[in-house]
Design a protein around this ligand. Structure first.
Ligand code: GLA
Length: 398
């Protein structure tokens, strides 16, 4: 009798666990794509902005191109009530978060939100420390699909423990929510993040410039805490072994269309994030972007490289000073190859098949993914003229 009871209890346990887990294993099988308010709007966010962004996702074809998540970053919260429930800023979001999430869902999109593992967010609003289960239940009740979880004001908390705690809280709340860990790479989250988060930031914050940087302090250590996209790119080398379906390195949100970036730099930034299998979170004002920027971020052939189901992160395979070759293996055995010219002049350079892991003695076909043109068959190597601060991206296939 005792044995039968134990057997029944384990069946019930297994079943309830399986139900709670349902859907979690299917999250972020390709890098998440969407928009986040931070890079352009900082703390100045409100419900009209978010609704307009959701509308634009449909009107401008962003949804058709694969962008799915509409995410509000820091600044939506204001306080906690006496029972510890998080309070939404009523001036910015008078209709409440549930209403906003519903609106986003009516467009066939997904809704994301932001919190912090410490007692306060980076913007000085209440963090989730001590309220992890309560907040996760609230997010699930609101219909949240994505949580970006930051690392300000965490004192001597352990990052793996803090992120695991929130991950468990989300699972317990029962709604599959993509979990984006924003710990800035401080404790090498790529080494412990798989199984906890679906993506983890690998660096401090990106800025909309080529290679600018600013020094600041993190835990009393002086570091470059704001960086242009090429500096962020350099910090991705070697991390490719840690990425795969459901768990991605996150070199931060896109700055395409922002700040001082030129056309060629925007194309390079977008292409390299596609090659890196990076999450593609637009960070510009998508309501007011130029046609040129829209064309860049909706290049379906580049997006297909990013979203390739094999889930390999591309890596640098050749480095001749200012002339770099980055290559990403694709599911059909082909390669996406990005020639990146960091110099101040246009330059001709290229790669051989063996450098990108293909047999040297076969003729491969090439397609230029920005010109959207077949280039023909090539024998052993390919060279192209690459604009200054720009790229040429080709697919090598047979
Ligand atoms: C940190 C994060 C940013 C953003 C801000 C919000 O700096 O790295 O991406 O979320 O906090 O305050």
């Amino acid at each position: 009798m005792k044995q039968l009871t134990l057997f029944l209890i384990s069946i019930i346990f297994l079943f309830s666990n399986a139900t709670a887990q349902e859907g979690f294993d299917k999250l972020a099988l390709t890098p998440p794509m969407g928009w986040n308010s931070w890079n352009t709007f900082r703390l100045e966010i409100n419900e009209d902005l978010v609704k307009e962004v959701a509308d634009v996702f449909i009107e401008k074809g962003l949804k058709d191109a694969g962008y799915e998540f509409v995410v509000i970053d820091d600044g939506w919260q204001i306080d906690r009530d006496e029972e510890g429930n998080i309070i939404t800023n009523p001036d910015k979001f008078p209709s409440g978060i549930k209403d906003l999430a519903d609106y986003v869902h009516t467009k066939g999109l997904k809704f994301g939100i932001y919190s912090d593992a410490g007692y306060e967010t980076c913007g000085g609003f209440p963090g989730s420390l001590g309220y992890e289960y309560q907040d996760a239940r609230q997010y699930a009740a609101w219909g949240v699909d994505y949580l970006k979880y930051d690392w300000c004001n965490t004192g001597n908390q352990s990052a793996p423990d803090s992120y695991l705690l929130m991950r468990n809280a989300i699972e317990k709340a029962g709604r599959p929510i993509v979990f984006s860990m924003c710990e800035w790479g401080l404790s090498k989250p790529w080494e412990w993040g798989e199984g906890i988060g679906n993506l983890w930031r690998t660096t401090l914050d990106i800025r909309p410039c080529w290679d600018c940087s600013k020094m600041g302090h993190i835990n009393e250590v002086r570091v470059e805490n704001f960086m242009g996209f090429t500096k962020i790119l350099d910090l991705q080398e070697g991390l490719e072994i840690y990425a795969g379906p459901g768990h991605w390195n996150d070199p931060d949100m896109l700055e395409v269309g922002n700040g001082e970036l030129t056309y060629d730099e925007n194309v390079a930034h977008f292409s390299l994030w596609c090659i890196l299998a990076a999450p593609l979170m637009l960070g510009n004002d998508v309501r007011n972007m130029s046609d040129e920027i829209l064309e860049i971020v909706t290049n379906k052939e580049l997006i297909a490289v990013n979203q390739d189901p094999l889930g390999r992160q591309g890596k640098k395979v050749r480095d001749d000073g200012d002339f770099e070759v980055w290559s990403k293996e694709l599911n059909d055995g082909s390669r996406a190859v990005c020639l990146f010219n960091r110099s101040e002049e246009e330059a001709e350079f290229g790669f051989t098949w063996s450098e990108v892991g293909l047999p040297q003695n076969i003729d491969f076909k090439l397609r230029d993914l920005w010109l959207k043109e077949e280039l023909g068959k090539f024998d052993g190597e390919y060279k192209a003229i690459v604009p200054s601060h720009g790229v040429v991206v080709v697919k090598v296939y047979n």
